[in-house]
Design a protein around this ligand. Structure first.
Ligand SMILES: Cc1cc2nc3c(=O)[nH]c(=O)nc-3n(C[C@H](O)[C@H](O)[C@H](O)COP(=O)(O)OP(=O)(O)OC[C@H]3O[C@@H](n4cnc5c(N)ncnc54)[C@H](O)[C@@H]3O)c2cc1C
Length: 427
């Protein structure tokens, strides 16, 4: 069987990695030219912004590429305990506590390049896919600006900018309107030399509907620190260095003080296409054989939650146990993709509904607000929460009687104190 993967981003690479286990031929078509070295490229504009790798994502990558973690650390990635993250939420600093979960901190280009070097598929670069080739209602290849490439299976992994819905529409196949939850978050990132005592991960989280401004800063390879300022509900950080500094200065975390001796290494880069978007391809009535879709092309999450790479890895593993790529088999595959993304989508889109609806996220939103207090006060709750956020424990573990009792206690405590955002001390 010959599989053609559209897009050599993380989802495409991981799909290709698993497909090489069973297919005779796996070809990755990527529109960018790839140099083989970590670098920023046009097809992945998000590569200039912080990319957190969740613990579960790190585990899955290690399973797919044994020894990758060590290789990345040798290449300069920082390895820390997930509990070492310094994060301020609306109520205070999260209770720092060791978790035993390894956290890798590195740039997106380094991660992508090291993964790509280990994928044994054939890479055709500088190839822009423009459509699907179909015969008797079955996808039998792709169309590119240079011609046609045949395939028994086409995997769309072309990311947020995927044109798959248009390509299917051109063949008379209507797909459901995507579900979109847009917190209107803008990113602005600048990279600096890292001050010696700067934490591996340092962040102030956004919180709907009041705390529109936040930041995520991460140490990455090369003794650098990437600082991504984030503004939700249209309150975007600006590109000009002075405005950018002022935006950072307006935060509750004292990040401008921590960066006092740091030298800027780049201009400020912006990114604002952050809406969460889910395509219910599994509900397409006439989904064709020979075609599946994975990664951001199916479900793109608001990046502030750092979920995309981990979900892409979970989806890639679905290829291991899926051998039927008939129309029914492909629709079943998309159902499995939908099940894989369901919990993650529920968590992140629910949190974001607070930015777009006056109802403030319903019961789940209310409950997550209770957690904001719990993870400030209680190291054990912090660990439990982190395990869910990092996808190593199911969301159900946040809903147990022990947890309810403890959350109620902290809720009473905060009511007595008056639930105001905490004025943080540097940490
Ligand atoms: C600002 C930002 C920050 C993010 N931060 C995080 C984070 O902290 N942690 C995390 O896990 N995830 C993060 N993500 C999400 C993460 O980048 C993606 O979920 C993940 O990389 C999987 O994406 P993908 O491979 O589906 O798409 P992409 O990584 O976007 O790759 C798509 C690839 O397809 C190629 N392509 C597109 N169209 C064509 C075509 N027609 N022909 C040929 N090639 C084509 C592109 O050049 C590109 O290489 C972030 C996203 C954004 C936007």
């Amino acid at each position: 069987m010959k599989a053609v993967v559209i897009g050599g981003g993380i989802a495409g690479l991981l799909a290709a990695r698993v497909l090489t286990e069973t297919c005779d031929d796996v070809v990755v078509l990527e529109r960018d030219e790839l140099s083989g070295e970590p670098e920023y490229r046009a097809g992945v504009p998000q590569g200039r912004h912080v990319h957190g790798l969740l613990v579960r994502g790190g585990e899955l990558l290690e399973e797919l590429f044994p020894g990758l973690r060590e290789e990345l650390v040798l290449a300069g990635a920082e390895l820390a305990d997930a509990g070492d993250m310094r994060i301020l939420n609306p109520l205070g600093w999260l209770a720092a506590a060791p978790t035993g979960m390894p956290l890798l901190s590195l740039s997106r280009p380094l991660l992508e390049t090291r993964i790509r070097r280990r994928v044994t598929a054939q890479f055709m670069t500088g190839v822009h896919v423009t459509g699907l080739s179909m015969r008797d209602g079955v996808v039998d290849g792709v169309l590119t600006r240079a011609g046609r490439v045949d395939a028994d299976l086409v995997v769309d992994a072309s990311g947020r900018s995927s044109k798959l819905r248009d390509w299917l529409a051109a063949a008379g196949i209507t797909t459901p309107e995507p579900e979109v939850v847009d917190s209107r978050t803008g990113y602005a990132t600048r990279t600096y030399t890292a001050p010696a005592d700067f934490p591996v991960v340092y962040a102030e989280s956004l919180s709907a509907p009041d705390l529109r401004r936040g930041v995520a800063a991460m140490r990455v390879e090369g003794g650098r620190i990437m600082v991504t300022a984030q503004g939700a509900a249209g309150d975007h950080p600006p590109r000009d260095p002075k405005g950018y500094r002022e935006f950072l200065g307006s935060l509750r975390v004292p990040i401008t003080e921590l960066l006092a001796g740091a030298e800027p290494l780049t201009p400020v880069y912006l990114f604002a296409r952050t809406a969460s978007r889910r395509n219910a391809f599994e509900d397409t009535a006439r989904w064709p054989g020979g075609l599946v879709a994975v990664g951001d092309a199916v479900c793109a999450f608001n990046p502030v939650y750092g979920q995309g790479i981990t979900v892409a890895a979970m989806e890639a593993l679905l290829f291991r146990s899926h051998g039927d790529f008939s129309a029914k088999g492909c629709r079943d595959f998309q159902r499995r993709v939908a099940r894989t993304t369901r919990g993650t989508w529920a968590m992140s889109s629910n949190a974001d509904r607070g930015w777009v609806e006056t109802k403030r996220g319903g019961l789940l939103g209310w409950y997550l607000k209770k957690w904001q207090a719990g993870i400030v006060h209680d190291p054990d709750l912090f660990r439990r929460f982190l395990r869910v956020v990092h996808m190593v424990a199911p969301p159900a573990s946040l809903f147990t009687p022990v947890v309810f009792r403890r959350l109620a206690k902290y809720s009473r405590l905060d009511r007595r104190r008056g639930r105001r955002p905490a004025a943080p001390t540097p940490r």
